[in-house]
Design a protein around this ligand. Structure first.
Ligand code: NDP
Length: 286
């Protein structure tokens, strides 16, 4: 269904640098069309040092809100007047909502996306099923730690630069930083592994996981979705592990974002995952 965009259209978007690669405009505009909304969702790419000016200009502009991607997630939180628990705990926001009075509210829906991806692709898995090993202590890793601990998981955090893992773990109950040299030990008894590093992005060098140490019932998740079947997920599948991909997380975070931006749930009648796969040049090979 195609709807004309009128002068009264609801306006929202995604801001990042670069933003060209973002699948969010495809996902949200597909839902907008399917729901028959008078709305538009636009990509924005301010200069790296121009984010604050860009956001200030949108206060009271009528723009309803923005998804935020790299490198602006941390500054987005700092610029907001209020923030939800997930954004505060992660120290980063992936969603800014502009109120009619000029107030900016920060939220973080990445954690919802992560858990939704597990629910969809590894049904029956529970955060309290056993320790979850999170690989990576950057923004995505910290977001995963927040979501998983809030859901009741015990987390073992492993990062190439151990000091960074120690700093993140320090702020959370139930999180242990494990040196990468002890990775095999950390994987023992794990119920899930979440790759939140950028290793393997674009088909580049992947992490070398000692899979022999991983319990057979563990679920292996990779946040990277370019390629969809990362080397890590391919190795896990070849060994019979259940896997969860990064595209499921991306769609999972977009659902609550759409609801917050446009006031209605996205129509599930349209398969945005299939469209995203086509854009990525991928096919469903689960
Ligand atoms: P950051 O730059 O903040 O962190 C990068 C992390 O990767 C660090 O922990 C870094 O370790 C680690 N790392 C990088 N290269 C290697 C390597 N060769 N070997 C081991 N560790 C490495 O990035 P983000 O945390 O923001 O993003 C991480 C990944 O998650 C990206 O690929 C991103 O696309 C993806 N992502 C996916 C989302 C989704 O919806 N599917 C949402 C958010 C992110 P060190 O500290 O030692 O440098």
């Amino acid at each position: 269904m195609t709807t004309m965009v009128s002068g009264a259209a609801m306006v929202a978007g995604v801001v990042g640098a670069p933003v060209r690669h973002s699948l969010s405009p495809l996902i949200h505009n597909t839902w907008i069309a399917a729901a028959g909304l008078d709305a538009v969702y636009t990509p924005f790419e301010p200069p790296a040092d121009g984010f604050e000016t860009f956001v200030a200009g949108l206060r009271r502009s009528g723009v309803r809100g923005l998804n935020v991607t790299l490198p602006f997630k941390e500054i987005a939180l700092r610029l907001a007047d209020t923030a939800d628990t997930a954004a505060r705990a992660a120290g980063a926001a992936n969603l800014l909502l502009f109120g009619p009075d000029g107030e900016i509210e920060a939220r973080n829906t990445d954690g919802i996306g992560l858990l939704a991806a597990f629910a969809r692709q590894a049904p029956g898995w529970r955060p309290d099923a056993g320790p979850v090993v999170v690989l990576g202590a950057g923004g995505a890793g910290k977001g995963a730690v927040v979501a998983l601990t809030m859901a009741g998981a015990e987390v073992r955090l492993v990062n190439r630069t151990h000091a960074r893992a120690l700093t993140v773990a320090d702020g959370f109950e139930g999180v242990t930083a494990c040196p990468i040299e002890d990775l095999a030990k950390a994987l023992g008894g794990a119920s899930a592994i979440v790759n939140a590093t950028s290793a393997g992005f674009g088909g580049g060098d992947s992490l070398d996981l000692p899979f022999d140490a991983v319990p057979p019932e563990a679920v292996v998740m990779d946040m990277i979705y370019k390629p969809l079947r990362t080397p890590l997920l391919q190795q896990a599948q070849a060994r019979g592990f259940r896997t969860v991909d990064g595209l499921a997380m991306l769609v999972g975070q977009a659902i609550p974002s759409f609801e917050a931006l446009f006031g209605v749930a996205p129509p599930m009648s349209v398969d945005v995952r299939a469209l995203a796969l086509k854009t990525l040049g991928e096919t469903e090979r689960r």
